[in-house]
Design a protein around this ligand. Structure first.
Ligand code: RIB
Ligand code: CA
Length: 323
């Protein structure tokens, strides 16, 4: 099902839908998606995670307004996980979920539900679409359960989430998977080809303070990105990081550049019951369990290449800041 070799469509750009919980690194990921010139962003769906569903929906529209993409549909999704209570990352992203951005007045109200947008967009597409989730997988899981036929129209899922090694929100688990393990298990068992951009790679996709200063000089959008990084970096500096991992942007880069991450095939499933391990992506590189690989797992990153994409995208969005 699906095929990650299907790329060039609609003028050589890869059609994508980004499902996000902005969140600072989600915001930078949106800037990369729109500025890289390689993706046809058909729409953005939002999900509660880093912040509430209401904030995520507002923040996504605010980012698009700042980068001149206010005409791209934004559909609001789940306000919480399928079964569990919502645990936001207020300690990292602040009360609003995106401290550092000014919310322009008069944001367009799209009045669409994320699951309906995903199903209708996938069903009417003549080509397969790449889904790029950068938050909890709640919307994707619900869409696959409600409309199983749409899985055939997904070329692949390139998600930010999981870890073969250490977690970040617990020793076992990375936040996006931990936030909704049941949703993640549904997605990893869906049969759709997955590229998992987890902490094993994103914790090497660090942006250092000197590079944030370079961002600031690229123009109005770069200055916004730098302001977002100024706040976002605080939590990582407090955790002993010298650079800040822009997790979600690496997932976007991996959609259009196979060389930006090093991946290995593995069978991945998600623990949903463990007291200490709920939300862990159980990554089997050796198929020890005799199970066929269902994912490509990122184990390394070409940081300079990634940074080049990021800086190039911010520069390309210069002048796109009407907000
Ligand atoms: O663990 C990092 C992930 O959790 C990123 O997507 C970040 O935005 C948060 O959602
Ligand atoms: Ca995110």
């Amino acid at each position: 099902m699906g095929d990650d070799s299907i790329h060039a469509v609609s003028g050589g750009k890869i059609p994508v839908i980004i499902d996000c919980d902005p969140g600072h690194d989600d915001a930078i990921a949106l800037m990369l998606a729109f500025g890289c010139g390689r993706l046809d962003v058909l729409g953005v769906t939002t999900v509660a995670g880093n912040t509430t569903g209401e904030n995520a929906y507002r923040n996504a529209r605010a980012v698009l307004a700042h980068i001149g993409a206010e005409d791209v549909p934004v559909a609001r999704g789940a306000d919480g996980p399928i079964l569990r209570s919502l645990h936001t990352s207020r300690d990292v992203h602040g009360e609003s979920g995106l401290v550092g951005i000014t919310v322009p007045p008069g944001l367009r109200e799209w009045g669409m539900n994320a699951v309906e947008f995903l199903s209708s967009t996938l069903r009417k597409s003549e080509t397969r679409i790449v889904l790029v989730p950068t938050g909890p997988l709640t919307n994707i899981a619900i869409a696959f359960l409600a409309f199983p036929d749409i899985k055939e129209k997904v070329g692949r899922i390139v998600l930010m989430g999981g870890a073969a090694g250490q977690g970040n929100v617990t020793p076992s688990s990375e936040y996006n998977i931990y936030a909704d393990p049941e949703a993640a298990r549904i997605v990893f068992r869906s049969g759709v080809p997955i590229t998992m951009i987890g902490l094993d790679a994103t914790h090497k996709a660090l942006v250092y303070p000197s590079e944030v200063e370079e961002m600031r000089k690229t123009g109005a959008v770069g200055a916004l990105a730098a302001r977002l990084m100024d706040f976002y970096s605080l939590a990582y500096r407090a955790r002993g990081f010298e650079g800040t991992p822009v997790h979600d942007a690496l997932a976007v880069a991996a959609v259009f550049d196979d060389e930006v991450v090093e991946t290995r095939y593995a069978h991945v499933d998600v623990e949903t019951c463990g007291e200490l391990t709920a939300g862990r992506t159980v990554v089997d590189f050796r198929s020890a369990g005799g199970k066929v690989p269902n994912a490509k797992v990122a184990v390394g990153v070409d940081r300079e290449r990634f940074l080049g994409h990021l800086m190039g995208a911010l520069a390309a969005l210069e002048g796109a800041n009407p907000a």
